[in-house]
Design a protein around this ligand. Structure first.
Ligand code: FES
Length: 60
């Protein structure tokens, strides 16, 4: 696998990890920018207190 290739990975714990993107803009439902980064860890378990980001609560 090309380690520099932009990827979106769903981990075994359900976290969605975006890596190696030059600039990804995360938008809310209204199209407003939440954040622009080259790496995101997004929650898909629903336990985070920092939505839409993973805060590690999936481990509990
Ligand atoms: S996936 Fe990590 S807190 Fe939900």
């Amino acid at each position: 696998m090309d380690n520099n290739k932009p990827t979106i990975q769903i981990t075994a714990t359900g976290k969605v990890v975006v890596t190696n993107a030059k600039q990804v803009t995360l938008l809310d439902a209204e199209g407003k920018t939440i954040a622009t980064r080259n790496r995101f860890s997004l929650c898909s378990c629903g336990k985070t207190l920092d939505a839409p980001f993973c805060d590690g609560a999936h481990k509990n």
